[in-house]
Design a protein around this ligand. Structure first.
Ligand code: MLT
Length: 266
């Protein structure tokens, strides 16, 4: 369905019934990266899968979108949908940066937090500069170079070799994103503040998952992040790189399901 709020029209998937589970996609992707989780959790939860501002079917013309803006959009979407009960928020990578902003500003709206293949630290100048460079490139030349640049980092070598359908799905997903949205999100990520100071204040059951072969947000960094969150569980997803929900959906679903149930004893 379409949800209009914060001067933008958002495409939001809603499936199932029960405790709300909000799935926040990564960059430069859209809600379809969660296909395996939507199908699995719609049996037990109200699964909410937005396309973030500018991505998928949520068109937008901002020159920069900060992680705070994305988090504010999620809160406004929930309000517009009259979802006021505490939710479980699961964010992958950029979705995790946004999840941490949501936890900072709307912690009372959260029941649980799930951080997949993400980090709390800000970018150094080298990475921020590369983001601004990519923003300029896609605005000038379009999206054609992005899959080749990103897929070797997003997927493990084994996934790339053994799972051509995952490579194809991800390639198509990247190619259909709007250059303006990709540029705006890269600029927003380049200037995102560190969330390191927040970690000790996350007073929620938290699950941190990392792909065994994640080269963007490696296991050691994610373990160190999890150790700074008071109520965090940490697990490694085998046979996966950065895109754990697509590369090893069964393992991600099992870890998530164990963490989410039963709601009353956490
Ligand atoms: C993502 O998967 O969302 C991106 O790798 C995030 C980033 O570029 O830092």
């Amino acid at each position: 369905m379409d949800v209009v709020c914060n001067d933008c029209s958002f495409h939001v998937g809603l499936q199932g019934e029960g405790t709300p589970l909000l799935l926040v996609h990564g960059f430069p992707l859209d809600h379809t990266m969660w296909a395996a989780q939507m199908e699995f959790f719609a049996q037990t939860h109200l699964v909410i899968t937005p396309d973030l501002r500018g991505f998928g079917k949520s068109a937008d013309s901002s020159e920069i979108v900060t992680m705070r803006q994305f988090a504010d959009d999620l809160a406004a979407m929930l309000d517009t949908l009259s979802i006021h009960e505490p939710i479980a928020l699961c964010g992958l990578s950029m979705g995790g940066y946004i999840g941490l902003q949501f936890a900072r500003h709307y912690q009372d709206r959260l029941d649980r937090l799930i951080l997949l293949d993400t980090r709390s630290a800000a970018d150094d100048e080298l990475i921020a500069g590369a983001r601004r460079q990519m923003a300029n490139t896609v605005l000038a030349d379009g999206m054609s170079s992005v899959p080749g640049a990103m897929i070797p980092k997003l997927l493990s070598p084994a996934t790339r070799h053994n799972c051509p359908e995952v490579v194809e799905t991800l390639t198509e997903m990247i190619l259909r994103q709007f250059p303006a949205a990709v540029a705006a999100a890269q600029r927003g990520m380049a200037e995102r503040p560190s969330s390191d100071d927040l970690l000790s204040q996350i007073d929620l059951p938290t699950l941190v998952l990392c792909g065994q072969h994640d080269s963007i947000t490696p296991v050691a960094e994610m373990l160190s992040m999890a150790e700074r969150i008071p109520h965090a569980e940490f697990a490694v997803i085998e046979n996966a790189g950065h895109m754990t929900p697509m590369e090893n959906p069964n393992a991600v679903n099992q870890h998530l399901a164990a963490f989410l149930e039963p709601a009353s004893v956490k």
